[in-house]
Design a binder for this molecule. Sequence first.
Ligand code: AMP
Length: 285
Amino acid sequence: MVGEGVKPVILDTLEKLRDEVASRPGGMSVGFVPTMGWLHEGHLSLVRRARRENDRVIVSIFVNPTQFGPNEDLSSYPRDLSRDAALLADVGADDVFFPTPDMMYPAGYRTVVKVEDLSDLLCGKSRPTHFQGVATVVTKLVSLVRPDRMYMGEKDFQQVVILERMLADLNFSTRIVRCPLVRESDGLAMSSRNLYLSPEERQRALCLHEALQLAAADFIAGARDPGPVIDRMREHIQTRGGDIDYVELVDPITLTPAKILAEDTRAVLAVRIGKTRLIDNRRLG
Ligand code: AMP
């Protein structure tokens, strides 16, 4: 039954969060899972892992306005704290940090964090302020929550690469634990935004995963030149009616186009299905 476990404590003011931090006994390990809520099995897999590896588990739920562009889905993004809290009870989260935009961005707010170069590639081309918003809010969350480990999904591959760089650059002691991408049984990457898809779009959305599988199959069959592999992926997506933002085969550290394909090359893509922009990725090898 959903929500049968012990309900997590909702920390909905900065004071409550600061009290929680101050009350931690020395040596207590803290795992942190930042999210935007409307939780699904992808998120819950991160919380379960954090539960296994830490004494205390804190999840944040915050639909961060600064990572949305002017014409994006900030106002329609799904929100339901009681639904999320019931799911978190089942996986044993201790606390949910649930701030308001005013707490995170008080009147007169003027500070940003930007990870140069990496933020301008891939998703950064069509969402020019997105990763600055992400880096800024995660800097603030890590400073407030002070976790030992932060659990993040490889669903958002570029995000995790950027945030690892940022934590190292800013001398945070928090380490990122990368967790595998969780898919629906038919291959669609789990995402809160899948909610927007009509049944017909939900079927078409499989083209993202299928294109990634094509790339992996080409690599296993001996393909080493990125060009023809990308062409085949693009053709598959377009045939299925997907509107391509980007399809690339990249180095997993620099995120720049691979010159020759290798086991650790990442196939990464962003595609619009109707009005919904979806992302997906996989390692070729
Ligand atoms: P979000 O709520 O979309 O900001 O995601 C919060 C965290 O959950 C991020 O670290 C995501 O990468 C991770 N996440 C979202 N979807 C998945 C998924 N399908 N598999 C694994 N992790 C995911």
